[in-house]
Every structure is written in structure tokens, then in C-alpha cells.
Write a new protein. Structure first.
Length: 105
């Protein structure tokens, strides 16, 4: 069984036991799991797919928080030749690594 969830404007296909990265959010310090309630589609299992309009009412995906995760740092370079103009900047996106434990239809 698999599900397609929406989180922070991105659609993610998940199955039970998958490890995914989602955007960092404000959570309590004792939070152990995340619940995604915006499930767009559930498929597999019985052979039929359930498609939401736009989301399936009452469907949730539960995931345990593994640890915070950071992506690789990217560097932004602005340069104009013959103008003595050069700017360097960097960005590192912060994520939360989660392991999907349950898909509720």
C-alpha cells in the first residue's frame, strides 16, 4: 500500500517503512511523531486507488521523527566582468528526517 501526501507544497509518494525528508517546522521538544492529514491518493493493496478531490477525508499518514537533517550547502555567486563586482552567498536548507509507520485510509 502506498499514499501520496502533500507537505509544504510538495507531493511525496510514501509506503510503510520509507524514510522521507520534510521541511523543518516548529514542534514541541517532546514530539516523537508527525501526522500528515493532507493525503491526495491511496493505492495498492486491493488493486483500486482512492483519489481525493483534492484530499481524502479522514485519511492520515503517521511518521516517527528520526532526527533533524540538513541538506548540502549551496553557494550563490554573482559576478559581473570588468566591473569589480563579485558577491558570494550560501544557503543550507533544514529538514526533518521521518520514517513512515502507518497509513490510515
Amino acid at each position: 500500500m502506498y499514499a501520496i501526501i502533500e507537505d509544504s507544497g510538495t507531493q511525496i509518494k510514501v509506503s510503510q517503512g520509507d524514510t522521507i525528508r520534510v521541511d523543518l517546522r516548529d514542534l514541541p521538544d517532546d514530539a516523537q511523531s508527525l501526522t500528515f492529514d493532507r493525503v491526495l491518493m491511496i493505492g495498492g493493496g486491493e488493486g483500486e486507488a482512492t483519489i481525493g478531490q483534492p484530499a481524502i477525508q479522514g485519511a492520515t499518514v503517521t511518521a516517527d521523527i528520526v532526527d533533524p537533517d540538513d541538506s548540502d550547502k549551496i553557494s550563490i555567486v554573482k559576478f559581473k566582468r570588468r566591473k569589480t563586482y563579485k558577491r558570494n552567498n550560501g544557503h543550507r536548507q533544514h529538514y526533518i528526517k521521518c520514517k513512515v509507520t502507518k497509513i490510515n485510509a
